[in-house]
Structures are given as structure tokens and as C-alpha cells.
Design a protein around this ligand. Structure first.
Ligand SMILES: [Zn+2]
Length: 433
């Protein structure tokens, strides 16, 4: 296979930036070359010293080339209900979400939605995501089959929920366990797919189902575990009524052995000191979902308190509670939430979080999240002059440009996307625009 060289300005993080002048935290090449072969990066360096050979050269100047964005939490089965007028979390779940997810019991529905869902990820520069499917195994089959067709590294799983939801969505502790076992067998490690054991949250799982989840996690330590934690006050109160013996909401998942370095906890907003300490000790990841938290009025994620306590933090859109598939829009809202918290999110930190930060949260930094030899050639090409207003704003430094992309950018700023070395955005069919 002929090698391909992408020419452009290259930015890739090496570590978490400690302030705006931390130039040691990233690699930046003004005229860089990324050499790709067999879906992987084989070399990165200055274009002037690249071995061109007979490689195909794709010139992306003056655009920026970064690792593809990673989204740590979203619900692909809620793609068609984004922007549903809602109110608060539990009202939104009962009025829209649980109705929408029932459609995935119908033949053909999951396949159609998953195709649109992946198109939207690509359009927004997201090359890896961690998704909840519905409680129907066929929704998981459609999700991973489409990922495999597109050669994308995607993580996901069947939602397990056996109470406090419509009958048509509920499994049982036993069937949720059995179906999950079959799906792990079928999809974990096939192509680039990885499985996440997915009890929805404490409210919709009986003690028997959390017990079954514990068994699954113990039997499959190679899989991720994902659930929701401490999003909204009413949700917390209801969870504590259902699990009165646990010390707090985090304690519920702790009591059922579900916390570890491969556990992703969506939201994690209202945590007490004990809960924060438990997350830090277990290595579980608190996943910040800013557009969703604002849309549902859930609360303001306390980033600095968690980080200072040693909690691992990831970033996500939380579609369809979230209001954009774009990680750029997501980081813009994260910045504003932290402004209200009197905390500062620098543009360097934002772009670190969307790439290497989220790869580290998945313990996949040796595979995705950086532009380094051996890593997958999952890349995004950013155009910081994509719209008239972006061209109007004059900035001179790299930091200015990143902040402009975060504040004003959306899918229009994604000039191209590469998945395992292949062009993915310019070749989109269907709804591409
Ligand atoms: Zn969610």
C-alpha cells in the first residue's frame, strides 16, 4: 500500500498543559508532514526533512491537523431527539427519551439511525466515541456493524435497565446479563470495537441488576463500564431512596464493585468529599458533559476541585441531552461553565482534553489521541477561517487560533477527517452538506 503524507500545520499534545505558556506540553510543526501507511502513523516531522518517496501528498496548508476528537459519553439512540424541549432530567427522560428508545425494538430502525449518527460524528471531527445503545441487542449490533464498516474505534454497549421505565424498554437482571455476555462475545475486539458494560443508572436498575453488572465487570475486566452519576438533585434523592444502605450516590456503584480505571461516570456534578475521594482512589473517570448540563439545568461541573483531588476527568457531548455533536461547541460551553465557577480553562487545555486527555481517560493513549508513530491515523483538519465571522476575528498566536476555533467553530471548521488513514468527511454520502 502506498504511503500517504499529509502536509499542514501539526499540533499534538504530549502532556496536560500547565498554563498558557507551557510549550513543553505539545508538539507544533508550522510546516509538518504526517506519513501514513496501513491506517497508522509511521512518521511525523518537518515537511522539509520528510522522506517523500512515491507517497501521495495531500496538502492541507494552511489548516491545522490534530488527532481526531474523542467523545466519552453520548447516546446514539437519542440522535433523532436532540433539541427536545424538556425541562429537567427525569421529566426529559420520561417524556421523550424512553419513548424514543422504544423505536429501537423495530426492525431496521437502528441501522438507519446509526448511519446518520456516524455521519454526524465525522462531520464534527469525532473519530472515537463511547455510546449507550438502547436496551435492545439489535441496537448494539447496528452500532458496531456501522463502526466496523467505517473502520472506526468505537466503544459502546446495550443499556441495562429493569425498572422505573416503560415495560417495552425493560430487560431483567438475567436477560440483561445474558444479552450483554453475547454482545461482548460478538463485538468486543472485533474490528476496532470495544464493549462497555452499561447499566443506565441506579434508578433504572434493581439491586439484582447491579449485582449482575458486578459479575459482568468481574468476568470481563477488558471491557469498560459506563453509567450516570450525580447529574441532578431529584435523581440523587430518588437514587438514595432506592439504595438506602449506601452512603451516597457514588457509594451505590462502589457497593456493587463497579468503580475502577475503566469506569466512565457521566456527569459527576454534585459530589461530596467522600465521593470525590472514592473516584480518585478507584481511578474511575468523571465525565463532564457541558452542553447537556446547561440544557437540562443540571448543574455546574466542579472541574478544579475534582482535578485537585486527583480524579480523572473526561469530556463529552451527551447527545441527546447535549445540544451539539461538536466537541468544539462542547469545549466552548465547558469554558463558560468554568467561568461561572471562577475556574479557568485555557485553549491549550481544551484541545488537550478533546484528544490526548480523553484517550488517557480510556487508557488508549498508545492507540489514539496523539500524532505519533504507531498510533492510528485518526485525524482532524481544522480550518480556523471557515466562516465570515471567524475570518473577521484577527488573532496572531496559536493560542488565539485555538480559542477562536473553540468559541466560534462548529462542523464547518472541520475541513477534513481521516479514519485509519482514509478520508472520511469529504467522502460522506447521504445528508452531507
Ligand atoms: Zn447520558
Amino acid at each position: 500500500m502506498t504511503a500517504k503524507i499529509l502536509r499542514g500545520r501539526v499540533l499534538s499534545f504530549l502532556s496536560e498543559p500547565q498554563g498558557l505558556d507551557d510549550v513543553s506540553s505539545f508538539l507544533y510543526l508550522e510546516d509538518g508532514a504526517i506519513t501514513i501507511a496501513d491506517g497508522k502513523i509511521v512518521a511525523v516531522g518537518d515537511y522539509a526533512s520528510a522522506e517523500l518517496g512515491d507517497a501521495e501528498i495531500v496538502d492541507h496548508r494552511p489548516h491545522l491537523i490534530l488527532p481526531g476528537f474523542i467523545d466519552l459519553h453520548l447516546h446514539y439512540v437519542q440522535s433523532q431527539m436532540i433539541a427536545a424541549y424538556a425541562g429537567s432530567l427525569l421529566e426529559w427522560l420520561n417524556t421523550y427519551t424512553f419513548v424514543e428508545e422504544q423505536k429501537f425494538g423495530q426492525q431496521g430502525h437502528a441501522g438507519a439511525v446509526s448511519a446518520d449518527f456516524y455521519d454526524e460524528l465525522i462531520r464534527n471531527g469525532t473519530t472515537t466515541a463511547v455510546a449507550y445503545c438502547s436496551s435492545h441487542p439489535r441496537s448494539v449490533d447496528a452500532y458496531f456493524a456501522e463502526a466496523e464498516r467505517r473502520n472506526m474505534l468505537m466503544i459502546g454497549g446495550k443499556v441495562m435497565m429493569d425498572r422505573n421505565a416503560p415495560e417495552a424498554l425493560c430487560d431483567t437482571a438475567q436477560s440483561g446479563y445474558d444479552d450483554t455476555k453475547i454482545l461482548i462475545e460478538r463485538w468486543h475486539g472485533r474490528g476496532r470495537g470495544l464493549y462497555a458494560i452499561s447499566p443506565r443508572f441506579a434508578i433504572t436498575s434493581t439491586t439484582a441488576q447491579l449485582e449482575a453488572s458486578r459479575t459482568l465487570a468481574a468476568e470481563h475486566p477488558e471491557c469498560y463500564v459506563q453509567t450516570h452519576l450525580s447529574e441532578n438533585d431529584a435523581e440523587i434523592s430518588f437514587s438514595m431512596e432506592l439504595y438506602p444502605d449506601s452512603p451516597d450516590y457514588t457509594g451505590i456503584y462502589e457497593d456493587y464493585g463497579l468503580l475502577g480505571p475503566r469506569t466512565l461516570l457521566g456527569h459527576s456534578i454534585h459530589l461530596n468529599h467522600r465521593e470525590t475521594r472514592v473516584l480518585a482512589e478507584t481511578g474511575a473517570v468523571a465525565v463532564f458533559c457541558p452542553t447537556s448540563n446547561l440544557f437540562l439545568g443540571s448543574g455546574l461541573f466542579d472541574h478544579d476541585r475534582l482535578q485537585q483531588a486527583g480524579v480523572r476527568i473526561g469530556m463529552a457531548t451527551d447527545i441527546g441531552g447535549g445540544t451539539s455533536f461538536s466537541m468544539l461547541r462542547t469545549m466552548d460551553e465547558a469554558y463558560k461553565i468554568l467561568q461561572l465557577r471562577k475556574q479557568r480553562l485555557t485553549p491549550l487545555s481544551s484541545f488537550y482534553k478533546m484528544t490526548l486527555g480523553n484517550a488517557r481517560a480510556l487508557s488508549l493513549e498508545g492507540t489514539i489521541g496523539t500524532i505519533a508513530p504507531g498510533n492510528a491515523a485518526d485525524l482532524v483538519v481544522l480550518d480556523s477561517g471557515a466562516t465570515p465571522v471567524m475570518r473577521l476575528r484577527q488573532g496572531s498566536s496559536l493560542v488565539d487560533e485555538l480559542f477562536l476555533l473553540q468559541t466560534l467553530g462548529d462542523d464547518r471548521a472541520i475541513a477534513e477527517v481521516y479514519v485509519a488513514g482514509a478520508r472520511a468527511k469529504s467522502t460522506l454520502g447521504g445528508l452531507a452538506a
